[in-house]
Design a protein around this ligand. Structure first.
Ligand SMILES: [Zn+2]
Length: 182
């Protein structure tokens, strides 16, 4: 299985990252050690393939950061659908990672959106849909698709006080850089 993946990834230029990989304690708390072991093995695979990682981290931010401190990630990566709080935001940035924001930053009840956005440097910020899930306001609850990234860009523009065209260019360039797709 793993050899198969390595073979496909080396032969196909369209494979630009390994992910989503990471820790999810929302759905399962009984297998934390197993999840960490799998996460580390997947990071090792990404390192071997010289690809960045796309991290899924849900209700597990401390452990996620701890793994990333323990295991060097060669080509760094992205916190997808980022929901980091407090110190973890700075730690993720300091470790060299990008933060990618999805629909929840536009939700009226989002507690940490402004904090995350304002603490993320312009050259580390990305936007995504997580389609078909997590549609932003004003389409929350409906099927998501890439047309909706503009609502994330709008929110970031507003918090950072930068025009939306600049946000669009910045996030485009950041995506080219982290995925090495220029
Ligand atoms: Zn995810």
């Amino acid at each position: 299985m793993i050899d198969e993946i390595k073979k496909i990834a080396t032969q196909n230029k369209k494979i630009v990252a390994i992910g989503e990989i990471g820790l999810d304690y929302h759905w399962n708390q009984d297998n934390k050690e197993l999840q960490k072991t799998a996460f580390i093995k997947q990071i090792e695979l990404a390192n071997e393939l010289q690809l960045p990682i796309v991290i899924h981290s849900r209700k597990a931010q401390e452990d996620t950061i701890q793994v990333l401190k323990q295991v060097k990630v060669a080509k760094k990566g992205i916190f997808h659908c980022c929901a980091l709080k407090g110190d973890s935001i700075k730690q993720a940035i300091d470790l060299g990672f990008y933060l990618s924001f999805a629909g929840p930053i536009t939700f009226k009840n989002s507690k940490n959106a402004d904090e995350m956005i304002s603490q993320t440097p312009n050259d580390r910020i990305l936007i995504e849909t997580d389609s078909p899930y997590l549609s932003p306001e004003p389409y929350r609850g409906t099927r998501n698709d890439p047309r909706n990234v503009k609502f994330m860009a709008e929110k970031i523009a507003q918090v950072k006080n930068i025009d939306i065209e600049t946000i669009a260019e910045m996030t485009y360039e950041n995506a080219e850089k982290i995925f090495n797709i220029k």
